[in-house]
Design a protein around this ligand. Structure first.
Ligand code: FCB
Length: 451
């Protein structure tokens, strides 16, 4: 057994997002979001649920901050609902909406918890969707207006800002695969969305910076390592293409390299959306990169016979979460090393990491979740190794504080370290919460030989 210590200023956090926990979907003048619309459309959500109430966090935020304080969190990552603040997306500001976040931020600071604020975690105002949403270039100005309103109001207290959460998902799953709001399946729309998201990000950075001169600003991407199932040229090309799509499309432009060329989409179509100055705007200097990590991806081209598979990829460790995602903690180290080698951001935060498993309340009223504990143990062991290797990784956020509305899966996937009974809204800290609490208190992790 060996023990690794985390630096004293390493930030231990937990994350959530507005649509997934807030509820109060049409209260106090909040506008409709594309997720309200999508979830209310029959057939879109696996279990037929919506985020109308979710964790009822808008009414229970004080209790939730109590849970965070008891856990000993250094930081809490949450997102602001754009249509709660600007019901029509632009123009009229909702005082009640802003006041909610204002009180919540004060509550966090009183509890000694550092707020990390994400501006966009997928709940676009429906009013903006009606005029084309992310496919329409006017969205860039709308996003800057929204970023200005929020950073003006909260920037005296919130110092850590994330522009977008996983633009890959908004673009590809929302506009190409259609499994997320707004549920479109169109490559051209996906590419317009990609470009406008990255442009909105880049243009909003100086706006936030002007309002929060002592702030730190970053973007959060999802990143996976991609592995080929075999040594075949086909598999290797597939890996390069999907790495180009998921990892490089959302990073290369941020560091001035423009869009990558080996990609599984039509580059000429993407290029048709670029106007003079766009690529420069995307390179607005960032203080950190936020990395969401869940698993790796193994790519296999349909032409490659299964007999050519590499042994290590045919038999990946036979552990999967309820999402069907392989448990692959080494991938966290691998992707962080690669990101730092190829992009050298000044700092990194792991802004999400966690696992869905079916949970239930036992006779004693407790929730035992040993698989989730093992997931956190192995990924936090990798986190400690990353820090030790000298990569400027400054913090880690568990996904998620609470069981919540897992997008197209509704309430059928539980990611929380706190169990939520969605009938009664009772919160029950799980064993993984207790495990994380001990880790945060000790600021050290035991590694066993498999770590
Ligand atoms: C990420 C999302 C987050 C949650 C987790 C499981 O892609 O950012 O909202 O759904 O996956």
């Amino acid at each position: 057994m060996m023990q690794l210590r985390f630096p004293d200023d390493f930030v231990f956090g937990a994350a959530t997002s507005s649509y997934q926990i807030e509820g109060a979907w049409n209260e106090d003048g909040k506008g409709e979001s594309i997720w309200d619309r999508f979830a209310h459309t029959p057939g879109k959500i696996e279990d037929g649920t919506t985020g109308d109430i979710a964790c009822d966090h808008v009414h229970r935020w004080q209790e939730d901050i109590g849970l965070m304080a008891d856990l000993g969190l250094d930081a809490y990552r949450f997102s602001v609902s754009w249509p709660r603040v600007l019901p029509n997306g632009t123009g009229q500001v909702s005082d009640a909406g802003l006041a909610f976040y204002d009180r919540m931020v004060d509550g966090l600071l009183e509890a000694g918890i550092r707020p990390f604020l994400t501006l966009y975690h997928w709940d676009l105002p429906q009013a903006l969707q009606e005029r084309g949403g992310w496919t329409d270039r006017r969205i860039v100005d709308a996003f800057c207006e929204y970023a200005d309103v929020v950073s003006r109001r909260l920037g005296d207290r919130v110092k850590d800002w994330i522009t977008l959460n996983e633009p890959f998902v908004s673009a590809i799953i929302g506009h190409w695969e259609g499994r997320h709001a707004p549920g479109h399946r169109n490559e051209e729309e996906m590419l317009a969305t990609t470009h406008h998201l990255l442009l909105a990000h880049g243009r909003s950075v100086p706006v936030i910076r002007a309002n929060v001169p002592d702030g730190q600003i970053g973007i959060t991407n999802v990143h996976h390592p991609f592995h080929a199932a075999s040594d075949s040229e086909y598999d290797r090309l597939t890996v390069e293409e999907y790495d180009g799509l998921l990892n490089r499309t959302f990073l290369d432009p941020l560091v001035g390299r423009g869009y990558p060329s080996v990609v599984p989409y039509n580059r000429a179509t993407l290029d048709s959306f670029i106007q003079p100055g766009d690529l420069d705007a995307m390179t607005a200097p960032l203080d950190f990169l936020g990395v969401n990590y869940y698993t790796r991806r193994i790519e296999r081209h349909p032409r490659v016979p299964a007999s050519e598979n590499l042994p290590q990829t045919v038999f990946p460790r036979d552990e999967h979460t309820e999402m069907g995602w392989e448990v692959y903690p080494e991938g966290l180290f691998e992707i962080m090393e690669r990101l730092h080698r190829d992009y050298a951001f000044p700092q990194y935060f792991i802004t999400e990491n966690g696992a869905a498993y079916p949970d239930s309340v036992d006779e004693s009223g407790a929730v035992q979740d040993p698989k989730r504990v093992a997931y956190y143990q192995s990924h936090l062991a990798q986190t400690a190794r990353i820090v030790k290797s000298g990569i400027p990784l400054r913090g880690y956020f568990a996904w998620s504080l609470l069981d919540n509305f897992e997008w197209s899966f509704g309430f059928s996937r539980r990611f929380g370290i706190v169990y939520v009974d969605f009938e009664t809204q009772q919160r029950i800290p799980k064993a993984s919460y207790q495990w994380y609490r001990t880790l945060i208190a000790e600021r050290a992790i035991e590694l066993d030989s498999s770590d």
